[in-house]
Design a protein. Structure first.
Length: 341
């Protein structure tokens, strides 16, 4: 089966053809539409995102381009074309995430709207060396989200002390309701004081870190070089927010849709599948429980082949069982990833 035939496709809501839409005009002013993609893959068991590396004081940015109503029939079609022109990548799974407006995203007159997307591609897809893009670990930008080696040190050493100081700041001048609200939001987002760490609250955590000033400079369009105590690699503030939304969306969606197989080769071992799910969710999973879950819900089926070059015992090869899309309305990997603190 060729790569095109095996890809999993889902119905998506398409935008209207350009010919049927009014011009990009709001209150008599032209508005530019910027299409930005958080393109995610798995490479060497690591979740990676395609980013254009900043030089000097500039932060990294996600691939983006201007929507052209004359040549782009749809918004997601415009994103696909922009990414193809800049990176040579052919996008498969694409889903709209969020929209930002009211700030300058590159338009000369400052009137622009940025629409963010998540796109999933195979890790083997290469980016031409001539482009300014490179694959970077998602956890370079969000080191507090990677729980595969237990609780990340950056939480204990930097983030939690600063958040606690923020919740306690100016207690004499801050009303008790505000302090309680801050404490509650921090506890829920970061799993503190008995609360459970929710791996899907990626955007909530990012926005709290910005509000609390832990991520300095993040409210600027082009953040300057930050002090060494600021966690995570620098990225254009709204692009980093889009990436946070993309990670949270992906973590949620693999539990009720089989989108994880968009990141997998056509044939894989159950260990390959487990490592991919762990890379996306953060915490490690119990091996036998994961295998029983995947096999019991009918997401995969054996190919009849085995892989001998595993470094251990030969492993059976599996493939995604497409019939599950007709059997259940929400076929996903319904794992409960428990982050150990």
């Amino acid at each position: 089966m060729n790569a095109e035939a095996r890809r999993i496709t889902f119905p998506t809501v398409r935008s209207e053809p350009a010919a049927s839409r009014p011009g990009n005009d709001v209150n008599g002013a032209d508005v530019a539409l910027e299409l930005t993609g958080a393109i995610i893959a798995i490479r060497d068991n690591e979740p990676v995102v395609l980013a254009m590396r900043g030089t000097g004081d500039a932060a990294d940015v996600l691939p983006s381009g201007r929507f052209a109503p004359v040549s782009h029939a749809t918004l997601d079609g415009g994103l696909r074309e922009c990414v193809r022109e800049k990176t040579g990548l052919e996008l498969g799974y694409v889903e709209q995430l969020c929209t930002f407006g009211g700030r300058d995203y590159g338009a000369r007159d400052g009137k622009s709207v940025s629409i963010g997307y998540i796109a999933l591609v195979l890790g083997g897809d290469q980016v031409p060396a001539a482009t300014a893009c490179a694959w970077s670990s998602v956890y370079d930008y969000f080191p507090w989200e990677d729980w595969r080696q237990d609780r990340p040190p950056v939480l204990r050493e930097i983030i939690e002390p600063r958040l606690k100081a923020w919740t306690a700041a100016d207690e004499a001048e801050t009303c008790e309701a505000t302090l309680l609200d801050r404490r509650e939001r921090v506890n829920i987002a970061f799993g503190l004081d008995g609360a459970r760490w929710d791996d899907e609250r990626v955007l909530d955590r990012y926005e709290l870190l910005c509000e609390a000033g832990v991520l300095t400079g993040e409210r600027q369009v082009s953040p300057p070089v930050r002090d060494a105590g600021t966690p995570g690699r620098a990225m254009h503030s709204e692009h980093r927010r889009m990436l946070a939304a993309a990670i949270g969306r992906l973590r949620a969606k693999i539990r009720y849709r089989p989108v994880v197989f968009e990141l997998m080769q056509a044939e894989f071992t159950l260990f390959d599948l487990q490592r991919t799910v762990e890379a996306v969710l953060g915490p490690n999973l119990h091996k036998q429980n994961f295998r029983r879950l995947v096999e019991s819900v009918g997401l995969v089926e054996p190919t009849g082949e085995i892989r001998t070059h595993t470094g251990g015992r030969p492993a059976r090869l599996y493939r995604f069982r497409r019939e599950v899309l007709l059997e259940r309305p929400a076929p996903g990997v319904r794992v409960k990833a428990v982050a150990r603190g």
